[in-house]
Design a protein around this ligand. Structure first.
Ligand SMILES: C[S@@+](CC[C@H](N)C(=O)[O-])C[C@H]1O[C@@H](n2cnc3c(N)ncnc32)[C@H](O)[C@@H]1O
Length: 273
């Protein structure tokens, strides 16, 4: 399968971005809130997409640089500064931010570990990094009608992601990768959604994906045409339900200056300036 990486990372479709925000913002905001961030911190929102997290940070925390290959969906505001930026190829200021966040970005990049290291280096000593990526190993159907087609479709989606150069289980590796960089106070949590047939989430996450990518899944032998049709029908049937992939939020802190990389003061709180 060609490494096109076309799944969603480089197509900022407003409806798709809105659905991601509807599903994941609540948990992201709770996670960021739990770090006890205080006003006046400088933030980087990488792979900002529709910009909801960047707006939240600008309202609650401080100046925000929101980067993306395509920042057309992020309106500039008094504390919000959209910047076109390619995390794979462009530099970031070393230690330039108190808080760095990236959701559903690293898993789409060729070398997620290298991109994570670049984000980590952009954290000021004592600051926080929060990265969120999927673990597709965790999808499963609810017992009942449509179990088999749910398994077939989610397996095809996962293999498709892998084949196009994405990393569908990256979420589960994030804590280890962050610790390997020297981060302290590392923690993680996984959030899943119950996708129920007949709901807007099933329409976006199952039906529209199958309509868009189904012909490619068939072309590459991941699903039959019949399975694509059955999968679309699954998304409309209120009797069918299954758990989405887990979005693994992982956070860690760059050790404050003077403590040495990898040595935690275990305070669990960001350093106040
Ligand atoms: C799946 S979307 C997630 C958007 C947003 N973070 C969210 O969770 O709602 C992935 C985003 O990463 C951006 N992106 C992909 N490759 C990138 C790169 N190399 N550098 C910066 N942004 C990139 C895409 O343009 C897109 O906005």
């Amino acid at each position: 399968m060609a490494e096109t990486n076309t799944f969603s990372a480089r197509t900022n479709d407003p409806a798709w971005m809105a659905e991601l925000e509807r599903m994941y913002d609540r948990g992201t905001f709770a996670c960021l809130d739990s770090l006890g961030l205080h006003p006046g911190l400088r933030c980087l929102e990488a792979g900002a997409g529709g910009g909801s997290v960047a707006r939240w940070l600008a309202e609650r925390v401080g100046e925000v640089v929101a980067t993306d290959l395509d920042v057309s969906l992020v309106a500039a505001g008094p504390r919000l500064h959209p910047r076109q930026h390619d995390l794979e190829h462009d530099d970031l200021p070393e230690g330039g931010f108190d808080v760095v966040h990236a959701r559903l970005l690293l898993e789409h990049l060729k070398d997620p570990a290298a991109a994570l290291a670049k984000l980590y280096a952009a954290v000021r000593p004592g600051g926080w990094i929060v990265v969120e990526d999927m673990n597709w190993a965790a999808t499963h159907p609810l017992p009942g009608p449509g179990e088999e087609i749910f398994l077939a479709v989610t397996s095809a989606m996962r293999r498709w992601l892998q084949g196009t150069g994405s990393h569908p289980t990256l979420g589960a590796r994030l804590p280890r990768l962050l610790r390997g960089l020297g981060a302290t106070d590392v923690g993680c949590e996984g959030r899943a959604h119950l996708i129920e047939g007949g709901t807007p989430t099933a329409a976006t996450m199952v039906q529209s994906l199958l309509r868009r990518f189904g012909p490619l899944y068939v072309h590459f032998g991941l699903l039959t045409e019949r399975q694509v049709t059955d999968g679309i029908a699954w998304g409309a049937d209120p009797e069918c339900a299954g758990f989405s992939a887990l979005l693994m939020a992982t956070w860690g802190r760059r050790p404050p200056a003077g403590t040495g990389e990898g040595v935690s003061d275990h305070s669990g709180q960001p350093e106040h300036r």
